[in-house]
Design a protein around this ligand. Structure first.
Ligand code: AMP
Length: 574
């Protein structure tokens, strides 16, 4: 059956010659369209050609070689026996990559063809690997040193190996694996298909290709496409957070940035759906846009976005392409885009026609290098910043209240309320009256917007670079001493302490002031603002007293509980 006859298949992968079951797997993974390297590499690899590919991580290169390899193993098996001797060997430089690639091959091949993949790498007990190998393997993913070990022990049988991939060949050479690679390639059957992928085709890589590839198709994911001039001049920021904290981090950033309109990009349909549901559940006006929607549904979403009923459009690249969207205030990459080109394309939606724009990217720690790739190719800096803390958020909300009040003062038209101010002013200090009114207004404004994500502490994984501290998002305007959100750099003599107990343990500001004053013998005057969340509290203290306060509180209890106290790293990023 022709793959095109498969109705559930992903449209964008249809023409490449993959079988219906693989197309169904890709559809279930939410891949909507092949990436450039996939489009160029899959057809020749399926046709049996050798390949010399120049592509970096994050371009989708794993699927580019894994999909055709799985397909060919499967095709050959139907006419062959079903013995489980390694049909394919994928060589990679590191243990991490071995695990990642094995996981990807399993993800693509197991459901479609029942493919069995085993990773072997240095550092893992060899006995464990021997057991896995004895159970049988279709695809072996290995670091060169360990692969050679197994070949010498005869614990892997490569006599049936027809497909070989050298992934990140330049890295393998840089790591000193040149001789091992030669030895392995010489030990393999001559009748085979070989693919070599490398970020750079340095002379040493070219020389391996020359000797071990047979008339290869050359594929290069061009760097030149990204001309510097095409990159819009928008504020570009990245937050490095682990996957589990991404949603909370996104919520905080959205609250601080308060975008008028934003497109949030995800890689797959599944992620789009999940994220738009989570954001809607947290009170954001979000809607999903992806290739799985009917034209009518898409039109409705777009209409609501244009009217402003929806502020956040969560979309895949494909769905967003060709959309008639004038300009958005923010583009958010919930994942690092697949290529620098995709990044440039995405962020081109903001900062149009000289307007201000912001491009915000969330990266997991292992994706940091993709960010560096993008920076190199766009020749622009992406400032890595700390995720805003709860204290930052409070400061931001106060700032928004202040701005709203200022707007009101400028507009005038307050006569109907003056009488209340005057009568209260006879009894109380006018400054106190104003402060109470601000509190009331602030609570009315931000109370409804409080979200449960506010209470989670996000560990800092993205250490900001020294050169970007000036780029941190800071609420503008003067801050009073002791006001929440006042930063250490503005105060000189103040630091913040993290106290690992909060409201849910019954802790109140008075408990903290009492403990600090009594246990550390510090005057309450030296204590600044205290922010208490359900799980922890942040308190400002004089920097020269911080150490003795930490020592004193560690030796005591708050509300009958032992307490963790340390300097608050979450707000000391710069
Ligand atoms: P790689 O460059 O192979 O490390 O792939 C980077 C990431 O992109 C992996 O998380 C893949 O699962 C994902 N990916 C690969 N191809 C596609 C595609 N066509 N559409 C969406 N995501 C993809």
């Amino acid at each position: 059956m022709s793959p095109k006859a498969q109705p559930t298949a992903v449209e964008g992968f249809n023409g490449l010659g993959l079988s219906p079951s693989l197309l169904a797997t890709l559809a279930s993974l939410g891949y909507e369209e092949p990436t450039p390297i996939q489009r160029e590499a899959i057809p020749p690899l399926l046709a049996g050609r050798d390949l010399l590919g120049q592509a970096e991580t994050g371009t989708g290169k794993t699927a580019a070689f894994a999909l055709p390899l799985l397909e060919r193993i499967h095709r050959e098996r139907t006419v062959d026996d079903d013995s489980r001797r390694a049909r394919a060997l994928i060589l990679v430089p590191t243990r991490e990559l071995a695990m990642q690639v094995a996981e990807a091959v399993h993800k693509y091949g197991h459901a479609a063809f029942g493919t069995c993949v085993v990773p072997v790498y240095g550092g893992q007990a060899i006995q464990q690997q021997l057991r896995a190998l004895r159970r049988g393997v279709d695809v072996l993913v290995a670091t060169p040193g360990r692969a050679l070990d197994h070949i010498r022990r005869r614990s892997i049988d490569l006599s049936d190996t027809r497909f070989v991939v050298l992934d990140e060949a330049d890295e393998m050479l840089d790591m000193g694996f040149a001789e091992d690679l030669e030895a392995i390639l010489d030990a393999l059957p001559k009748e085979r298909q070989t693919a070599l992928l490398s970020a750079t085709i340095a002379p040493r890589v070219a020389s391996i290709a020359e000797r071990h590839l047979n008339d290869p198709v050359r594929v290069k994911i061009h760097r030149e496409k990204t001309a510097t001039g095409e990159v819009p001049r928008v504020r570009q920021t990245a937050y490095v957070v682990s996957r589990e904290h991404k949603l909370t981090a996104l919520g905080r950033v959205l609250d601080i940035e308060d975008p008028a309109s934003a497109i949030i990009f995800c890689r797959t349909r599944g992620e789009v759906d999940q994220l738009s549901e989570s954001l809607s559940a947290h009170g954001y006006r979000a809607a999903a846009l992806h290739g799985g929607l009917t034209q009518e549904q898409r039109d409705r979403v777009m209409r609501r976005f244009r009217e402003g009923t929806v502020e956040l459009l969560i979309a895949t690249d494909v769905a967003a392409r060709g959309l008639d969207i004038e300009n958005v205030s923010h583009v958010v990459n919930y994942d690092v885009p697949m290529s620098p080109d995709a990044y440039v394309h995405r962020i081109g939606r903001t900062g149009r026609a000289g307007r201000a724009g912001a491009a915000i990217t969330f990266a997991e720690p292992r994706e940091r290098r993709y960010l560096r790739n993008i920076e190199q190719l766009t020749k622009q800096t992406i400032n890595t910043e700390s995720v805003p803390t709860i204290v930052d958020l409070r400061a931001r909300k106060l700032e928004m209240t202040r701005a709203a009040l200022q707007e009101l003062l400028v507009a005038g038209d307050l006569d109907g309320y003056r009488v209340v101010a005057e009568t209260l002013g006879e009894e109380y200090d006018v400054m106190d009256v104003a402060t109470a009114a601000i509190k009331l207004a602030h609570e009315a404004r931000s109370g409804a917007g409080a979200r449960d994500s506010d209470d989670v502490e996000i560990p800092e994984v993205g250490v900001p670079r020294a050169d970007v501290s000036g780029g941190r998002i800071k609420p503008k305007g003067k801050r009073e001493r002791g006001s929440p959100g006042a930063r250490k750099e503005h105060r000189g003599d103040v630091t913040r302490l993290y106290i690992g107990l909060g409201r849910s343990s019954g802790v109140r500001p008075g408990d903290i002031v009492g403990a600090i004053a009594n246990e550390a013998g510090v005057s309450p005057k030296g204590i600044g603002s205290i922010d208490i969340t359900d799980k922890f509290a942040i308190v400002e203290v004089q920097e020269d007293e911080a150490k003795s306060i930490i020592a004193a509180l560690r030796g005591t209890t708050l509300r009958g509980k032992k307490v963790t106290v340390r300097e608050d790293r979450g707000v000391r990023g710069s």
